[in-house]
Design a protein around this ligand. Structure first.
Ligand SMILES: [Fe+2]
Length: 294
């Protein structure tokens, strides 16, 4: 199996004040070689297509069925990379990335990789929601302006965002906040009712096959007596990182909130590539939870 990522130069001093800061990674040598091979073979790949398998935003994904149209060598690499994604473990639930794109690894390569990884994981697990590569803009996602801190609360647990076309002036920076920090705030703000506190905790405690994004977002940012105080506390503690092309982050969506500041100009559909996926552990947890919910 591939070692998917390897530690890279330390960029933390210009990004994160907290200690210990998250670590920066880039593709391992083997994964990068595989991506170069993929990049070479893209002209002969079938075009990734949008597949619908459910009614909500987590019910569609870009996929690519290519078992017969890629070289045996690339097929081995893709299988290995897909399983490496499926076996990722992070202690903090947050990894930062640099140099994921270069002269050969462009937006097309990342798009094809994510489509292939998604298709491979679905084939291996038999679960259509084990990985989702929902393009921005097909349903929402390219709203203009800022996007306050939130959790997506998709069925799959991990969110990998790789930034592509972002403003060069550092506007539109990513915001990150540990869920633990949010829950501490919720405990200490007197304006938040106990029932709301409990509901927020319930929503992030366990995986779910049902989308609770809207409800969670409303409790944080809707018209409530506690919203201004909570948003102020979140802004005080949010980590801010302006990520450029080829940089990105991986978060466990129930352990870290994410958002963005207002970028200059329009938010482009190819602003970022995002792969949402379950690891073996999180898929198992989701399946156990689904059985209990029946
Ligand atoms: Fe999001």
């Amino acid at each position: 199996m591939h070692t998917l990522f390897t530690p890279t130069r330390d960029l933390r001093s210009r990004v994160f004040p907290p200690s210990p800061p998250p670590r920066w990674f880039t593709w391992s040598t083997r994964a990068r070689e595989a991506l170069y091979l993929l990049s070479d073979e893209i002209p002969s790949l079938p075009k990734p297509t949008l597949e619908y398998f459910g009614p909500a935003e987590y019910g569609y994904s870009i996929g690519c069925e290519v078992r017969d149209s890629i070289s045996a060598q690339l097929r081995q690499h893709i299988d290995s990379i897909a399983m490496a994604f499926h076996r990722i473990r992070t202690e903090t639930g947050l990894l930062l990335f640099d140099n994921l794109m270069d002269q050969c690894i462009d937006g097309n390569t990342i798009r094809s990789l994510f489509a292939l990884v998604r298709s491979t994981l679905v084939a291996k697990t038999g679960d259509s929601m084990v990985a989702i590569y929902a393009p921005l803009g097909a349903v929402g996602g390219t709203a203009q302006g800022d996007f306050p801190l939130h959790a997506d609360l998709y069925p799959p647990a991990y969110l990998l965002n790789v930034f592509d076309h972002v403003p060069s002036d550092g506007s539109g920076a990513s915001l990150l906040l540990p869920m633990e920090a949010l829950l501490r705030m919720v405990d200490t703000l007197p304006s938040i009712p106990i029932k709301v506190n409990q509901r927020l905790r319930e929503l992030v405690a366990r995986p779910s096959e049902v989308d609770h994004y809207e409800e969670f977002y409303d409790l944080l940012h809707g018209e409530h007596p506690w919203t201004a105080a909570l948003e102020g506390a979140m802004a005080d503690q949010a980590l801010r990182v302006a990520l450029s092309r080829g940089q990105g982050y991986l978060v466990h969506d129930r352990h870290w909130l994410h958002g963005r500041e207002r970028p200059r100009g329009r938010v482009r559909k190819d602003r970022l590539h995002r792969l949402i996926f379950d690891t073996e552990r999180t898929l198992k947890a989701r399946r156990i939870e689904a059985r209990h919910a029946r």
